[in-house]
Write a protein that binds this ligand. Sequence first.
Ligand SMILES: Cc1cc2nc3c(=O)[nH]c(=O)nc-3n(C[C@H](O)[C@H](O)[C@H](O)COP(=O)(O)OP(=O)(O)OC[C@H]3O[C@@H](n4cnc5c(N)ncnc54)[C@H](O)[C@@H]3O)c2cc1C
Length: 442
Amino acid sequence: MTLVSGWGRFPVVDSEVLRPRSFEAVGAAVAVTGSVARGNGRAYGDAAIGAVRTIGMTTFDRVRWFDPATGRIRLEAGVLLSDLIDTFGPRGFLPFVVPGTRFVSVGGAIAADVHGKNHHGEGGFGRYVDSILLRTGAGETIEISREQNSDAFFATVGGMGLTGIILEATMRLRPVETGWIRERVISASDLDAAMRALEASESATYSVAWIDCVARGRDLGRSLIYLGEHVRADELTEDADRFPIGKNPHLAVPFDLPSMTLNRLSVRAFNELYYRMGARRAGGDHVVSLYPYFFPLDSISDWNRIYGRRGFLQHQCVIPERGARAVLADILDRVSKRGDASFLAVLKKLGHGDGLLSFPLPGYTLALDFPVKGDILNFLDEIDRLVVAAGGRLYLAKDARQSRATFEAGYPALSRFNAIRKSLDPASNIRSKLSQRLFDEV
Ligand SMILES: Cc1cc2nc3c(=O)[nH]c(=O)nc-3n(C[C@H](O)[C@H](O)[C@H](O)COP(=O)(O)OP(=O)(O)OC[C@H]3O[C@@H](n4cnc5c(N)ncnc54)[C@H](O)[C@@H]3O)c2cc1C
């Protein structure tokens, strides 16, 4: 047995970790009760930890074929988006959807139906997946798509690995002329201004707001909004590199920082500085490499260690558009009064999700990080009640602690998902720590 955790390093639990080298070996591993696939371990909580056995999939990292005329690609599920970007970016293709880190696998991106800064207009990762080769818990290997085994397809996109092991996928890449983004920064003095700016930017391909979640009173919800568009080749100077090379992280957090490092004062000072520097850049357009635009946190490896040995929790909710303003203001007010949320607060507009358990719904998503300490679990239960009352839900890929009642209230297609899962895996071989907590019969 090995101690395993997600990116938030909470919870840390025992699970046997396997690294199969063939699809046959994956089949053997999944035929025993209590297994789930693990990609690159970037889900924050317990989604990628098997109840008994965790099946590591990053050894499956080959591209089967690529069609440069259409941008269609067939690849194994363990291919990382970072490799996909570095390899196909210079050839003029990028994934349509990227989350806030590029160090995620294709399997993990499908299983969480990850969203990027373009979800409001272009949907989630699953929208660009044409078909999936799935190994079910019943021992079958099936190809699933919108046309073939479509129930299994829509349960697998966003299904958190619970319908089977994704072995391969065929997907579409986005044609791009350069690896540069034209960024516009808007500074918003409070929550209303931030929401107005996001509304007014619906036609922007990419948009996201960073919120200062320790700002209070008149400044509550003050934000920097980052809009982005792909830069065309004719917008670059003759001598510019068409595709900047992504650097590996050049900074690292070498050990677990003491948990008091992040306190109200240090976060307030950081946020003040960050907001002022961002506000100074507001207004004009800047051309930036896609790497800092999409993945600002990737430049510091192991940044999750700044929260100390006990780890941290990310609370990511989505609130339906109607009534979102009042609920978001209430949440931010409670959070700013506590003062222990970190600087990483993100607000974004989302559109419809495609999978039965996809997280997005039309509305606003807010993501906040908290160190694991004191009464944080009770506090987050309080926030959950506001989310549920507003008809919202929490993101499973970030979750380590929501209650079954919160989960069931947020995902109306759950019983349909459960029926499809049962038909693919009658003996319930596939079980994660997350499924034991939220889905499985006890
Ligand atoms: C810094 C940071 C920023 C992030 N930003 C975003 C964001 O902007 N938007 C967003 O949507 N998410 C975001 N995430 C979350 C992340 O994109 C998802 O958790 C994603 O699923 C991680 O992929 P992974 O390969 O690490 O999968 P893991 O964390 O290993 O697994 C995640 C889920 O996928 C399943 N899975 C993995 N591989 C397979 C497979 N081959 N077959 C079946 N199931 C599989 C696992 O069982 C698990 O349920 C962020 C995470 C971090 C750390």
